[in-house]
Design a binder for this molecule. Structure first.
Ligand code: ATP
Length: 294
């Protein structure tokens, strides 16, 4: 094998809670994570010249060690003394700095790709152990699907797949710093926590309306007062027929769940007119099983 191409799926948070803070400043979280059928494509080719070369369709992304793709390839190639070089191309579709773990999922897919291309024989767990050294969300991105994420994000419990439904996703043209959100959040003064256990029970029962009614992200308490457009988009989605809508991660991406897919498609067209400068996507959740079958 001289070349491999992988889909790196984005994630959304169906719920996000902060339940404590470690002395080193890291927050302790309880989040229900879900992969979404919006993905970057990563193509890795062996090359005779040593080293790693990275190219991408997005000019604003780094192509050196600052890119998590580069870091992931280097980590495995150094560990396994790989003397061949690789050229990697990233086709980015997941919105950047948007709360969808775009960089983390690229990192996870690169670990997976290098593992397969050079037949390193690492298990998923072994890839996760290496991934967590580069970011707390990376082990989840290796796992994919529906999962409870605890600790600083690295303690994972796979959950039952969410029932099929369609999603409207909107990334407004604003930059929200994840670091700013977490440092501004007063975790011990959070007004309302999500019902995480209730949502897990709904997932077990395949109760989509229960899941929709429990969408909750405590980081909205920080981002919405500063960036009211996030709340405007949530309200627009609901007024256009979404069962419910929520900001993902530290934002600013907002997603709406539509059990009525006709209403969703109309809402998608309407939102493309309303928000011509924003990234607007009509997509769906994707399960671990569906990803593994690809
Ligand atoms: P999270 O949901 O984990 O907070 P995010 O969606 O907020 O992630 P990313 O899209 O991962 O944020 O990008 C955050 C920053 O990471 C970008 O500004 C970019 O410079 C850097 N970065 C490094 N590697 C990548 C990559 N492969 N894709 C996107 N961003 C990357």
């Amino acid at each position: 094998m001289n070349e491999i191409s992988l889909n790196a799926y984005g994630k959304l948070n169906l719920s996000l809670d902060v339940v404590g803070k470690k002395p080193n400043g890291y927050h302790l979280v309880r989040m229900i994570m879900q992969t979404v059928d919006l993905y970057d494509t990563i193509t890795i080719k062996k090359q005779a010249e040593q080293g790693i070369t990275l190219s991408t369709n997005r000019e604003d992304l780094p192509t050196n060690e600052d890119n998590l793709i580069f870091k992931a390839a280097k980590m495995l190639m150094d560990e396994f003394h790989i003397t061949d070089g690789v050229s990697i191309h990233l086709e980015k579709r997941i919105p950047v700095a948007a709360g969808m773990a775009g960089g983390s999922t690229d990192c996870a897919a690169t670990l997976n790709g290098i593992n397969q291309l050079f037949q390193l024989g690492l298990s998923k767990e072994e890839l996760m152990e290496r991934g967590v050294k580069m970011g707390a969300d990376i082990p989840y991105c290796v796992l994919g699907g529906t999962a409870l994420s605890e600790g600083i994000g690295e303690v994972l419990t796979p959950l039952k797949d969410i029932p099929d439904c369609r999603l409207l996703l909107i990334k407004p043209n604003i930059d929200v710093s994840t670091k700013w959100v977490y440092t501004t959040l007063k975790w011990d003064e959070i007004k309302e926590h999500p019902d995480t256990d209730g949502m897990i029970a709904d997932l077990e029962q395949g109760n989509l309306s229960g899941i929709s009614s429990k969408l909750k992200n405590v980081l909205e308490e920080v981002t919405i007062p500063e960036y009211p457009v996030i709340d405007d988009i949530k309200k627009t989605m609901r007024s256009l027929g979404a069962d419910n809508a929520l900001m993902s991660g530290s934002g600013p991406t907002v997603f709406g769940i539509f059990t009525d897919s006709n209403a969703g498609e109309t809402a998608y067209k309407k939102c493309k007119e309303l928000y011509p400068d924003y990234q607007v996507e009509w997509t769906s959740f994707i399960s671990r099983t569906q990803i593994e079958q690809q």
